[in-house]
Design a protein around this ligand. Structure first.
Ligand code: DGL
Length: 274
């Protein structure tokens, strides 16, 4: 159950046995799951792919908040101990509104991604590739500026990336052509660091690195975000179990997800939103 607005959240270290909740509109959050598997392999995870409503990136803020509320309520019913918003758009738009409304802590990608980009840039010129929703929210631009005033952020919305990735077009000519166009304005502005501000984009890292010929440092916010999550958890031993639930086509998520995650994924359907 969601907390009433007047109730203040307190986050005692939860029992280690509860799973972590993670969600995204689709296969994007699997890039964050890889980082969870690397840094905190003993944690159990419940991953929700909201493929019925993918893409999130062009939706108005109130829709994202409504959808994210449904997902967080579902996680509350399932008894998760912490949620990682494995989605840049949700982290940008819904996190500021929903972050204190639940009994479990919620991790966003924006502050960790900004921190990592600031640590990497040498010329104080940071590029952002993200969904239109994330770019227009100004989440990264404001967070980075608040941490270091003299940094310039050049942001490019990339509405074609998510449909391409969800369609399985990863290392293809179409994807390269689109990526070249999205990179151009950032390269023109001489950025030395680019934040992959949408969790789908690390699936294109090979293509992006090749097109920029090793001249740019790409930041995946997941690495720092999972470090933040780890600090809130009591450490566990063993190997975590992962459950996948999907609001849209289970088969498509299993096939594409297994390919991108590099291990077989078995998922179950879930119905949200009444
Ligand atoms: N992967 C998500 C993000 O990080 C959602 C992208 C989308 O569905 O448009 O923004």
């Amino acid at each position: 159950m969601a907390l009433k607005p007047e109730e203040k959240p307190v986050y005692p270290k939860p029992p280690a046995s509860q799973p972590i909740g993670m969600f995204d509109s689709g296969v994007g959050g699997l890039s964050v799951l890889s980082e969870v598997a690397r840094q905190i392999p003993a944690e159990d995870v419940m991953y929700l792919a909201d493929t019925k409503r993918v893409p999130y990136g062009g939706r108005p803020a109130d829709e994202i908040i409504k959808i994210n509320t449904e997902i967080l309520n579902y996680f509350a019913e399932q008894g998760v101990k912490l949620v990682i918003m494995a989605c840049g758009t949700s982290s940008s738009v819904a996190y500021p509104v929903l972050k204190d409304k639940y009994k479990f802590p919620i991790i966003s990608l924006i502050e960790p991604g900004s921190r990592a980009a600031l640590a990497a840039t040498k010329n104080n010129r940071i590029g952002l590739l993200a969904t239109v929703g994330t770019v227009e929210s100004g989440s990264y631009q404001k967070t980075i500026k608040s941490m270091k005033k003299e940094v310039t952020v050049i942001a490019e919305g990339c509405p074609l990336f998510v449909p391409l990735i969800e369609g399985g077009f990863i290392d293809t000519e179409e994807t390269r052509k689109v990526a070249r166009d999205y990179l151009k304005p950032l390269q023109k502005e001489n950025v030395d660091t680019i934040i992959l501000g949408c969790t789908h984009y690390p699936h294109l890292l090979g293509v992006l690195k090749e097109l920029t010929e090793g001249q740019i440092v790409f930041i995946d916010p997941a690495e720092e975000a999972v470090k933040d999550a780890k600090k809130l958890l009591s450490l566990k031993a063993g190997r975590g179990q992962y459950q996948f639930v999907v609001t849209g086509s289970v088969l498509h998520f299993e096939e594409l997800g297994s390919k991108l995650y590099g291990k077989p994924i078995i998922a179950k359907p879930v119905k949200l939103g009444g």
